[in-house]
Design a protein around this ligand. Structure first.
Ligand SMILES: [Mg+2]
Length: 172
């Protein structure tokens, strides 16, 4: 059960991850999930807010994108427009490809965080590798009643109930 617990639960989407929070945790590297973490699933365009946020975060951290998504054209387009290295079809929570990204950073694993919107892929994979794990709320603005979204709400609720999570809003 511990492997399903994120170290940090953000009070909102990924943009709640501030440079101050990154310094607070002594992070020098971030592995970012793509779908519903930095762009809504199915979207290829990157938002201005994302570009602005990344410009700030890059001054603190090395960044890799690691997604389970196999759609080469879309994922490559997103990574190229953000000028970030990426791995697709990563099969998180498998750690095999996650490790490739983290090893490329040349940092101690304790200084790297996995940031994503899913407990069973992002958090589990990050915890298995010994990274700090940060759970973000999905970036999609639209509410949905699909079972997919319902599952995510349950995951988020579980993570909050686990008791070890810190709300980013409690921190400087
Ligand atoms: Mg995701």
């Amino acid at each position: 059960m511990k492997l399903l617990q994120p170290d940090v639960v953000l009070g909102g989407n990924v943009f709640c991850l501030t440079p101050a929070l990154i310094r607070h945790y002594g992070l020098k590297g971030l592995v970012l999930d793509i779908d519903d973490t930095i762009v809504p699933v199915k979207t290829t365009e990157v938002s201005e807010q994302l570009v602005t946020w990344l410009a700030e975060i890059r001054q603190e951290c090395q960044i890799w994108l690691v997604t389970n998504n196999p759609q080469k054209q879309r994922i490559a387009a997103i990574a190229h427009s953000l000028d970030l290295p990426y791995i697709m079809s990563a099969a998180k929570p498998s750690v095999r490809k996650l490790r490739v990204a983290v090893d490329d950073m040349g940092l101690p694993y304790s200084q790297v965080a996995m940031v994503g919107d899913r407990v069973f892929t992002d958090v589990l994979g990050g915890n298995r590798l010994g990274l700090l794990t940060i759970l973000a709320q999905p970036i999609s603005a639209t509410a949905s009643t699909s079972s997919f979204h319902l599952l995510r709400q349950i995951e988020f609720g579980l993570a909050k109930l686990s008791g070890v999570s810190l709300l980013a809003t409690d921190l400087p």
